[in-house]
Structures are given as structure tokens and as C-alpha cells.
Design a protein around this ligand. Structure first.
Ligand code: ZN
Length: 168
């Protein structure tokens, strides 16, 4: 793509000096290391919302949140509600397939509310306490389970919204 190494270096410098604007906030472009070992790593978040929030509300809040903290971070993710004794809890589990944003921030805006996010361990299942799987793949019978509704989205400035898919 570049004739000489010098030319390439100058192009890289130009890119590094560039910044872009997203909703009034200027972000410096950072160069991502695509050989990053974080890639492909499963990351699970939990968040609480009010009981009226839908999976789509959570999905939209996640997309907006990631745009604010790390707009270039792109990953498909899915959102499922945590069910306790067959009752909705207003707590939601979010699973990123490409690792989470590196700039993790525990406060997320949802409309006028601020909700908290926790990053969950992936080595131990929070539902049954066993290791080797996560709450997304738990098959152990316990009070808690994930709701059947799966809402999918993609973070990043090229985010796309996918339809709701019912599982089971
Ligand atoms: Zn489990």
C-alpha cells in the first residue's frame, strides 16, 4: 500500500494526529494492536435497571455507553434478563464475544438514570458456583436462570441493531 517505509510512517503519524467527534466529544484515535490476546475473550457484565426496562432498552444503553467510553470498540453482544424463581429481577446479563471495552467504567447512563455495571468472573458460574462455564451456559438447576428472550446488538461506531430472537 505504501511505496516506502518513510511514506508509511508519515501516514501513520497523520492518523495518530487525527481525532474525530462523536456527539460533541472529541476522541483521539488510538492504534489498536490486532494481535491483542484480549481478542476472542468472553466478557460478561451484569447491570440492574428498573423492572420496566426491556432488553432493547438495555441493548441501546450498552451501545450508547460503549460509544461514550470507547467508540472504536466493536463487538457483537447479547442481553438476557436474570430470572430468579421464575420472576424477572430487573437485572440483566450482557455477554461480549470479542472481550469488553478496555476502558471499563462501572456507571452507565440509561435515560435519566445511572445504573451500575459489574464485570463478572468468567471462570466461575455466578448461578451455581461451579467452574468451567458461565451463567450463559449454565445447565445446573438453581433458582436463577437467564430469560428466554435474547436481544443482540453490536457496539462501535458501525453498530447495527439486530432483531430480537426467542430461544427455546
Ligand atoms: Zn452454573
Amino acid at each position: 500500500m505504501f511505496d516506502t517505509e518513510d511514506r508509511r510512517d508519515r501516514a501513520v503519524t497523520k492518523i495518530l494526529k487525527a481525532s474525530f467527534r462523536w456527539e460533541g466529544v472529541v476522541y483521539k484515535l488510538t492504534v489498536h494492536n490486532f494481535g491483542d490476546s484480549e481478542k476472542g475473550k468472553l466478557v460478561i457484565w451484569q447491570t440492574s435497571a428498573n423492572l420496566l426496562a426491556t432488553g432493547e432498552d438495555i441493548r441501546d444503553a450498552i451501545i450508547e455507553h460503549v460509544l461514550q467510553i470507547e467508540p472504536l470498540f466493536s463487538s457483537p453482544f447479547e442481553v438476557r434478563q436474570i430470572i430468579d424463581n421464575d420472576m424477572p429481577t430487573g437485572k440483566w446479563a450482557i455477554k461480549f464475544d470479542n472481550g469488553g471495552p478496555t476502558n471499563f467504567q462501572k456507571q452507565m447512563k440509561m435515560g435519566r438514570m445511572t445504573v451500575l455495571i459489574t464485570q463478572e468472573p468468567t471462570g466461575t458460574c455466578r448461578f451455581c458456583g461451579n467452574s468451567g462455564h458461565t451463567i450463559f451456559t449454565c445447565t445446573t438447576k438453581s433458582d436463577k436462570e437467564l430469560g428466554a428472550e435474547v436481544v443482540r446488538g453490536t457496539t462501535g461506531i458501525t453498530s447495527a441493531v439486530n432483531p430480537v430472537i426467542m430461544e427455546e
